[in-house]
Design a protein around this ligand. Structure first.
Ligand code: C2E
Ligand code: CA
Ligand code: CA
Length: 711
């Protein structure tokens, strides 16, 4: 029978002590003020504290948790509830080593709910704790790697793991080198600090963390000695974190950073913790190497090293990463007109060099300020402006010659431009710009094309044409039409020009400028030219064999065909096969030919002349070449482009044509005006000194059979 509280309390203490002793575990008994009133020998063994040393000490004091009053108050509140409770605390051994302990607290109360005492069993769970903590970090890091999270994110996981271990007495930051900067990462436990810490990245004072990067493993006893930014130091002071461990992070013999652990107890590091850190380093190394690898991969996948700008995928990724609706903006693709020729002649590297020079010149333009630049394809550069519709005028960067294979050459550019419409996606706009660029490339006279929805139709049509072209070549279904070149004064036919005609059973009539451009792109144009040539030769041979009159016939040779190594060889073979005299053939090549490689053009033309062929420069005046290169190339004939003829009534055009004619006469070229449709045009040209014309005024292109009538 219990008679009064004092006897009751003594009885209860006795029961508690018996319980403790039976358990054969380290334990203490705490009174209602959480002061130690009893401890056993096992406790002394575990903690180094003798019973008399800790008698009537508050438990927080002897366990080393006295400084974190918040934490202590939380535990006290829990104990006061009077239920069995379990806590984990970082315990401090008498010799200052810390260990993680599990406290199992069994309350003893009186009937009136007055707390008498707690039996507290203490268990050193450092080993298990570290093991499970490590497992957890490992798992988190693996998941983070799998999800391709940033290195910063992974370092934060590591910081959090360390913080948890030392909670509430330790706070971790990781300092490391990042692209010539120093980056500071902290766990989310450093809440208030966290935002500040990331700000340090932009702060020049941030460099003060540099000192940690060269430090060896060491303990700083005094916060004042630490090179911390103010906010960090302030946080440490608020949390009563007075000391600091620095663990250098070394990966592959390279010091890449340091772990900085601020803590608030007089504690030496325990071996298990050091082992834990070593294992953490292995994880850190994994995260770091993975990040490095990822960057290298990104570098390959998203960057163009030849031009030192992002590639298509890179630009795409950068823009998608912005995550903004793409309603206003522009994509502009720029491609040197002569790019494929240059690559053919000098190789990829020289092509890249040209693009690089263009990029450099573009970057020098003030308008480029808010424009992203990237490489769209092997031949083209992409400019993206977001937020306003802006296109870059390329004329100014093309004024000076480019250094191509150690030669100064002028280059022109084709531009395909698409404006954003509604919400993107960006790929759609890129496709639009590509369509516009293709369109610009197909037209000799056009440098800039804008996307409009009709392009889609055209692209589809072009695909169909390409699909049918191979069969058309194989079956040689192209027909030859010829158009007379006429002496304006006598109306005599002095030559013909052969023009390809293609009537496809499915597609209907396909105009030559359409399919020639497509054939050129597909690399088949030499085959088309050869079919036309052979049909012309068959016709000439028949006339010659029949003893009928023949005049020279001009055939059109595309630049890629002209520069083909076997061009002259194959030409001569065919001429021999049909026994046609070389003087009966005129080779028409476009003006842009010389732009690409004057020297080589010069050689080929020389050899053609030597073999007895005539060479005519087609579409003269619309290219960007200067007249001066005409002197170098041994052309026999110069054809004034149709666009000049049709605008001869304009004063400026008239003046240009007059000077072209004067120069051609000086150089002793035969002059032919293209596209003469009216007698006014014919007369004006005649007045200026051009007496040969080709055009609807005289004859439209006609089948060979029809031409027979006029000869
Ligand atoms: P081109 O060499 O400039 O040929 C002259 C073009 O002007 C022809 O167009 C002809 O039909 C057209 N034309 C002639 N007189 C007049 C006129 O008075 N007014 C107007 N408005 N046009 C006139 P076509 O036949 O459509 O050929 C277009 C282009 O396709 C040619 O331009 C040539 O560059 C190319 N081409 C045609 N056949 C071949 C070929 O066999 N091989 C190659 N590589 N290109 C070819
Ligand atoms: Ca022509
Ligand atoms: Ca022409």
């Amino acid at each position: 029978m219990i008679e009064n509280n004092t006897t009751n309390m003594e009885t209860i203490f006795q029961v508690a002590k018996n319980l403790g002793n039976q358990a054969k575990k380290p334990y203490v008994i705490l009174n209602h003020l959480f002061q130690v009133v009893h401890s056993n020998d096992l406790y002394t063994q575990l903690t180094g504290f003798e019973a008399e040393e800790i008698y009537l000490q508050h438990y927080a004091t002897i366990s080393g948790n006295y400084k974190s009053t918040d934490h202590t108050r939380k535990i006290e509140a829990e104990l006061n509830k009077g239920a069995l409770s379990v806590f984990e605390v970082v315990h401090i051994h008498r010799d200052n080593r810390s260990f993680t302990s599990k406290l199992t607290c069994i309350p003893f109360q009186l009937h009136d709910n007055n707390m008498v005492c707690h039996v507290v069993f203490i268990e050193d769970i450092t080993g298990e704790k570290l093991k499970s903590a490590y497992k957890e970090v490992e798992q988190s890091i693996f998941t983070a790697i799998e999800k391709r999270k940033s290195l910063t994110y992974q370092l934060q996981i590591i910081c959090s793991a360390i913080d948890c271990l030392f909670y509430p007495r330790g706070f971790t930051t990781i300092v490391w080198h990042k692209e010539n900067k120093i980056k500071v990462v902290a766990s989310s436990a450093l809440q208030g600090m966290k935002s500040n810490i990331s700000l340090y990245a932009a702060d020049p004072r941030y460099g003060i963390y540099e000192d940690f990067l060269s430090a060896d493993v060491q303990t700083y006893e005094n916060l004042e000695e630490l090179p911390l930014v103010d906010a960090h130091r302030q946080f440490a002071q608020e949390q009563a974190l007075e000391k600091c461990f620095v663990y250098p992070i070394q990966i592959q013999q390279q010091r890449i950073g340091a772990i900085i652990l601020l803590f608030n107890a007089d504690t030496k590091q325990n071996q298990p913790y050091i082992d834990f850190f070593d294992k953490l380093f292995a994880l850190l190394e994994l995260a770091y190497n993975f990040d490095k690898q990822q960057k290298q991969l990104n570098n390959i996948a998203y960057f163009d090293h030849a031009l030192d700008i992002p590639n298509r995928a890179g630009i795409l990724r950068n823009i998608e990463a912005l995550g903004i609706p793409l309603t206003v903006g522009t994509i502009q693709l720029i491609e040197p007109t002569e790019f494929s020729r240059i690559v053919e002649l000098y190789g990829r590297d020289v092509g890249d060099q040209l693009l690089k020079q263009i990029v450099e010149r573009l970057n020098g333009l003030a308008e480029m300020k808010n424009v992203r630049i990237g490489r769209m394809s092997s031949a083209s550069i992409m400019l993206v402006t977001i937020g306003k519709q802006q296109e870059i005028q390329t004329a100014s960067i093309l004024e000076k010659p480019f250094l191509i294979n150690n030669e100064q050459l002028f280059v022109t550019c084709k531009n395909g431009i698409a404006h954003f419409q509604e919400q993107g996606p960006i790929e759609e706009y890129m496709r639009h710009a590509e369509g516009a660029l293709t369109l610009a490339k197909q037209q000799n006279t056009v440098d800039v094309c804008y996307y409009d929805s009709r392009h889609d139709e055209k692209m589809k049509r072009d695909m169909q044409i390409l699909n049918h072209l191979a069969a058309a070549i194989k079956e040689r279904i192209f027909e030859v039409y010829i158009q007379p070149k006429v002496d304006v004064r006598t109306r005599e036919i002095i030559a013909f020009e052969a023009l390809a005609r293609w009537e496809d059973p499915e597609l209907g009539f396909v105009p030559p400028d359409q399919f020639i451009a497509i054939a050129e792109k597909a690399g088949w144009v030499d085959k088309v030219d050869a079919i036309i040539l052979e049909k012309v030769l068959v016709w000439l041979q028949q006339r010659i064999q029949r003893g009928e009159r023949v005049t020279p016939v001009a055939i059109n040779i595309s630049p890629s065909h002209f520069y083909k190594k076997t061009f002259i060889e194959e030409l001569i073979q065919l001429m021999a096969k049909y026994e046609v005299n070389h003087s009966l053939l005129i080779i028409e090549v476009t003006e842009n030919l010389g732009l690409v490689n004057i020297e080589q053009a010069e050689k080929i033309i020389y050899r053609l002349n030597e073999a007895g062929f005539q060479v005519s420069v087609d579409d003269f005046g619309i290219g960007h070449s200067s007249l001066s290169y005409l002197q170098k190339l041994a052309f026999s004939e110069l054809k004034i482009d149709r666009s000049f003829t049709s605008r001869l009534h304009e004063e400026s055009t008239f003046a240009i044509v007059r000077s072209i004619i004067q120069i051609a006469q000086n150089l002793k070229f035969r002059l032919v005006a293209e596209g003469v449709e009216t007698s006014e045009q014919a007369e004006a040209l005649l007045d200026l000194g051009c007496s040969i014309a080709q055009g609807y005024l005289f004859y439209k292109p006609m089948p060979l059979s029809e031409a027979e009538k006029y000869m």
